[in-house]
Write a protein that binds this ligand. Structure first.
Ligand SMILES: NC(=O)c1ccc[n+]([C@@H]2O[C@H](COP(=O)([O-])OP(=O)(O)OC[C@H]3O[C@@H](n4cnc5c(N)ncnc54)[C@H](O)[C@@H]3O)[C@@H](O)[C@H]2O)c1
Length: 321
């Protein structure tokens, strides 16, 4: 039975804990630079907490979730790869393309499983829509619009340029992952328009830091010639996520949110559909897949380091434009 280490005990950690518990794994150890946070979360779930050195060096723990802010991922990943550990790292794994290439080589050499936390691909609505689209004429879709929005958390790093926050790193990464998954590689970023609306957040940052954008509108084109529009923000009062795919004869609307049904209209083949998907804990599915790969019951094909490299390339280009 796998023994699990979770590094970082903030907002994401309980989702990972529940993901492992939902897969019948109870041997979970927690760690955080802020020991009180690890202690508190461990008490809440009846788990043990360890220091960073203890969790990384444990001989029994072979499989980890990294749930720390993006800027801390690289150092933790270096340690985990050196110790030959498998890991599921929250998105974005890294913005450093050289590092990502290095990780890709080392994990292949050491036969480790390293997965990015791109969870939307585990949504039953998205899986259903992808199959429907694959069963139609692939040239059917001409345009796609992806919307994602969130109020963000109270953690100052979320809005900090220096600490890898901002709407592009926090939200757009999920969408770039979905675009690649649905339509393949991206050919060109056509236009990027960025804004900072909630300027008062500067008060949460230290003097040498800057606010990262909290709104972005992006136009890009895929190698399969689909025009994609992405609108993302960290200013909305509620989480929102939906997608629209269009052509002359095809319309599809869907979301990971269970209160929004998958709707499909396809004139020629009368595939019309309006389908609600019950709420599912996507972390249980994501971690089930991760564990299957770790336990060699599956070869990893989802959220690989290769995909993370392609995402990081696009994200860095969007940030630089
Ligand atoms: N998949 C998703 O939908 C989703 C949603 C939100 C956040 N995230 C990602 O999850 C990650 C964590 O986000 P969060 O909202 O939980 O952040 P958070 O700020 O709530 O929690 C991060 C925790 O990590 C701890 N920490 C910081 N540096 C550390 C280190 N070097 N070693 C150990 N602990 C350390 C902090 O003390 C804090 O408790 C980020 O990469 C973020 O982008 C993913």
């Amino acid at each position: 039975m796998n023994k699990i280490g979770i590094i970082g005990c903030g907002r994401q950690a309980p989702k990972h804990i529940n993901g492992y518990l939902g897969n019948g794994i109870k041997d979970i150890y927690l760690s955080d630079v802020d020991e009180d946070k690890a202690k508190k979360l461990a008490m809440e779930y009846g788990l043990k907490h360890l220091t960073y050195d203890e969790i990384i060096n444990s001989k029994e723990i072979t499989t980890y979730s990294i749930c720390t802010p993006p800027e801390t991922h690289d150092l933790i990943i270096d340690d985990l790869i050196e110790k030959e550990k498998n890991f599921l790292c929250e998105k974005p794994i890294s913005q450093n393309i050289d590092k990502l290439h290095k990780y890709e080589k080392s994990i292949a050499k050491k036969k480790l499983v390293a997965m990015g936390g791109y969870i939307y691909k585990f949504s039953p609505a998205h899986i259903h829509a992808k199959k429907l689209i694959e069963n139609t004429d692939a040239n059917t879709i001409q345009k796609a619009y992806f919307r994602i929005a969130s109020p963000g958390s109270n953690a100052p790093w979320q809005f900090s340029k220096k600490l890898g926050g901002g709407v592009i790193n926090e939200m757009v990464v999920h969408i770039i992952d979905l675009v690649q998954w649905y339509f393949g590689d991206i050919k060109e970023i056509k236009n990027v328009s960025k804004k900072i609306y909630l300027e008062h957040r500067i008060k949460t940052l230290n003097d040498t830091d800057e606010l990262a954008e909290d709104y972005v509108h992006i136009k890009l084109i895929t190698k399969s010639n689909i025009e994609v529009e992405i609108e993302a923000d960290l200013i909305s009062s509620e989480f929102i996520q939906y997608v629209q795919f269009n052509s002359k004869e095809f319309e599809c609307f869907l979301s990971i949110q269970p209160n929004l049904p998958l709707q499909l209209k396809y004139q020629n083949k009368s595939l019309d559909l309006c389908k609600f998907f019950e709420f599912q804990n996507l972390y249980i599915y994501q971690i089930e897949y991760f564990l299957q790969c770790v336990n060699k019951n599956k070869t990893q094909e989802i959220s690989t380091m290769r995909e993370s490299i392609a995402i990081a390339r696009t994200i860095n280009e969007i940030i630089d434009l």
